[in-house]
Design a protein. Structure first.
Length: 103
């Protein structure tokens, strides 16, 4: 959800997470992503309910939050590794170009 979106550009949608309905205003371009994220959260909650004994919904929400945060950190680390590799490739390319242009 964009911070720079004017409030007049927002649309209201209803999403359900953990059997609770929430009305949120988002940019129309973000609607599909928000709905998919809510569906993924609900899917993970069902998986955790079936796999682990929990006392209440808060336990399952906490497990999903931990899973989601871990996934984001791993994806961020992967992005860092890709950027680092790209930088190394650019450096090597520059060296090769320099070596080839030297008589």
């Amino acid at each position: 959800m964009s911070d720079n979106t004017a409030s007049s550009d927002l649309i209201p949608i209803n999403i359900t997470i953990a059997d609770r309905s929430y009305r949120v205003k988002i940019a129309s371009k973000d609607e599909e992503a928000v709905r998919k994220t809510a569906a993924l959260i609900n899917q993970k909650m069902v998986e955790y309910k079936n796999a682990y004994a929990g006392k209440d919904m808060q336990d399952y929400i906490s497990m999903v939050l931990l899973w989601f945060t871990t996934e984001q950190q791993q994806n961020g680390q992967n992005l860092y590794e890709i950027e680092n590799a790209q930088s190394q490739i650019e450096t090597l390319t520059a060296w090769v170009d320099k070596a080839l242009s030297t008589p």
